[in-house]
Ligand binder design. Structure first.
Ligand code: KDO
Length: 331
């Protein structure tokens, strides 16, 4: 049985290199994990924690390698790689699910989840069970657990008054590649500028974009405060990501291996969530200390504009009828 406390509390130094090759025996099963997360971000460190747990519980059975910073597959190309069998696991988002299951788009809309507790209770209940079952059947992907990526906040290269989306007109806002992200940027009032995550720092530095949006811990770990002047606490998305496994790969594991992988995923998720939630309590102070303006506008105009954009862009009519209301009704 996994000793949860030992892992959550362990101070083991984490060497989260972009790729960690396992010390596995020749017949070990290959398990490549890809993430766009920076190797020092909690999500990548959680993948390393996952590897440590499985290596400890199943010595020599799985050859696990963690590939951070999109070092194995460019952000946005992991899903086809996983489904083709060229990758065994990646940190999948609801946006990638939406690309193949449009009726689940409500999970990727701005302001869908009130806070992380609301998201975890939604996925722990019937809505989450239905989501995992549908993703398994239609995408051949095994989703084991949700992981808190953080609450996304707007980060401006140059400071300005921001009271409503109108104040962001013409702002070139970088968002990850994908249609759902374009709607999110437009809901904030900005001009969507799709770009892979590892290119964002330099684009802010040289003025190719005017803003990016990410949870505070991700903005911090990639040092975006060095090339920006302001954070606007729009809190426009409480974002879950999934450890997504290629289903045929997962099904080939024996029962003991499945149990260990499930338990290790849970421990890794808890490690990420506890660490990230803690960071979000302290990072506003860090950013103001680093000289950034941190402003917290009234969110009503942003919520109104965000819900309108999904109607205007014809996205919400594709959502499963009543799903957004079912999610909102989760207490
Ligand atoms: C990003 O590219 O801004 C983003 O935060 C998008 C998320 O969906 C997720 O892919 C994340 O990057 C990566 O995990 C890197 O942190």
């Amino acid at each position: 049985m996994i000793n949860r406390r030992a892992f959550i509390g362990s101070g083991a130094a984490l060497v989260a290199a972009p790729a960690l090759l396992g010390q596995a025996s020749a017949q070990a099963v290959q398990l490549r994990i890809s993430t766009a997360a920076n190797e020092n971000d909690w999500l990548a460190r959680a993948m390393v924690r996952f590897k440590e747990i499985v290596d400890r519980e199943l010595p020599g059975q799985l050859n696990i390698s963690v590939h951070a910073n999109s070092s194995l597959f460019r952000q946005g190309t992991e899903l086809p790689a996983l489904q083709r069998g060229n990758l065994e696991c990646f940190t999948m988002t609801t946006f990638e699910v939406e690309q193949q299951i449009a009726e689940y788009g409500a999970f990727s809309a701005g302001y869908t989840f009130r806070d992380w507790g609301h998201a975890t209770r939604t996925f722990a209940g019937p809505i989450g069970a239905e989501y995992r079952r549908t993703v398994a059947e239609r995408m051949q992907i095994e989703v084991l657990d949700i992981i808190y990526l953080g609450t996304r906040q707007l980060n401006l290269r140059q400071a300005r008054e921001v009271r409503s989306p109108a104040d962001l007109a013409g702002v070139r806002l970088r968002i990850p590649p994908g249609p759902g992200w374009v709607a999110l940027a437009r809901g904030l009032g900005a001009t969507p500028t799709p770009m892979a995550f590892p290119e964002v720092y330099l684009a802010l530095k040289n003025g190719a974009i005017d803003a990016q949006e990410n949870p505070l811990p991700i903005t911090r770990v990639t040092n975006m405060h060095e090339v920006t002047q302001q954070i606007v606490m729009t809190s426009h998305m409480v974002q879950p990501v999934f450890m997504a496994f290629n289903k045929p790969f997962f099904d080939r594991l024996n029962d003991r291996q499945k149990d260990v992988v499930r338990a290790a995923t849970k421990q890794a998720a808890e490690f990420n969530d506890v660490s990230r939630l803690g960071d979000e309590q302290t990072l506003v102070q860090f950013f103001t200390g680093a000289g950034l303006r941190v402003t917290t506008p009234d969110l009503a105009p942003f919520r109104t504009a965000m819900s309108a954009i999904y109607v205007e862009t014809g996205i919400s009519p594709r959502w499963a009828p009543g799903l957004a209301d079912r999610i909102a009704a989760v207490t």
